[in-house]
Design a protein around this ligand. Structure first.
Ligand code: SF4
Length: 288
């Protein structure tokens, strides 16, 4: 490239000029992106790089079918939110959506705490950072000082993921941590005891075993605090694109929107990691 005589490339300025916004809120999406591929985190949250490549789905779904299933997930979440708010039921000519809705309304939810707050967002401070969570539903029992976070999932597959997959995913660790740390406003001004909160996933596509319940404890709260803080420190303290390296595991590139930008191969993965299963409600725009 031609440059005027005496012109020097200021790599310190060019490479380090777009660092993380000080008001940035970490979330399950951004931390999951960073753990999967630091370069994806950089492109999405530091550089805010738009890349016009449609996101394809796991399980060798074609992009159009994947987008349709994201749409179904979005509509289901909206219908469920309205249900808890007392808004009359909806209808659709989409058979799968109607099937999920019938399964949802077939539940009595009697064992959930009686007070129901849909679509509740909470932000917890952690070190120098902020950690964001948005619960599909928070069910509260003020008398027992107990709370259950409920999340509606439209995961596909022959079998549901194992319990460990749900228990270890970023969403679970972050949601439980945020509620235990920043939920005092929902417990008469006192933080919830970690043992009094839990997380429940409802699996729309697995009616024979639709619930996955994950308890919490003070030890796990402390372990989550340390591990999440270490990860956020790592993500926030790097400088410049080069320090956010590309993942060596190219299977993570197959359904990544930046795969042509990174010149990674575009073939479908043999099998997507379960933690990559995104519902429509979990799109990363919430992180911006
Ligand atoms: S294409 Fe691969 S290397 Fe590039 S951002 Fe996505 S996951 Fe990372």
């Amino acid at each position: 490239m031609w440059r005027p005589a005496g012109f020097e490339v200021r790599r310190d300025v060019i490479d380090n000029s777009r660092m993380l916004d000080p008001a940035f809120k970490f979330s399950q999406h951004s931390l999951s992106d960073f753990a999967d591929c630091p370069r994806r985190f950089y492109l999405r949250y530091v550089a805010k790089q738009a890349w016009p490549l449609i996101e394809s789905g796991p399980f060798k779904q074609d992009a159009q079918e994947y987008q349709k299933s994201l749409w179904r997930g979005t509509v289901l979440h909206r219908w469920i939110e309205r249900y808890w708010l007392g808004v009359p039921a909806q209808s659709s000519d989409d058979a799968e959506l109607n099937l999920w809705w019938a399964r949802f309304t077939g539940n009595r939810f009697d064992d959930l705490p009686p007070q129901r707050l849909p679509e509740l967002a909470l932000v917890a401070p952690l070190g120098d950072y902020l950690l964001y969570a948005r619960f599909d539903l928070l069910a509260l029992d003020p008398a027992a000082e107990r709370a259950v976070i409920v999340d509606w999932k439209t995961l596909r597959g022959e079998r549901p993921p194992r319990y460990r997959v749900f228990a270890e995913r970023f969403q679970t660790r972050i949601y439980l941590y945020v509620l235990a740390t920043a939920g005092a406003a929902f417990n008469a001004g006192e933080p919830f005891a970690p043992e009094k909160i839990s997380m429940r996933y409802w699996l729309a596509n697995f009616p024979d075993a639709p619930w996955v319940d994950i308890p919490y404890s003070a030890d796990e709260h402390e372990r989550d605090r340390r591990s999440l803080l270490a990860l956020m420190d790592d993500a926030a303290r790097r400088e410049g694109e080069e320090q956010y390296e590309m993942t060596p595991d190219e299977s993570k590139c197959s359904d990544c929107t930046f795969r042509t930008l990174c010149r990674r191969r575009t073939g479908e993965p043999e099998q997507a990691a379960p933690d990559q299963w995104l519902d429509a409600e979990e799109t990363p725009e919430l992180d911006y």
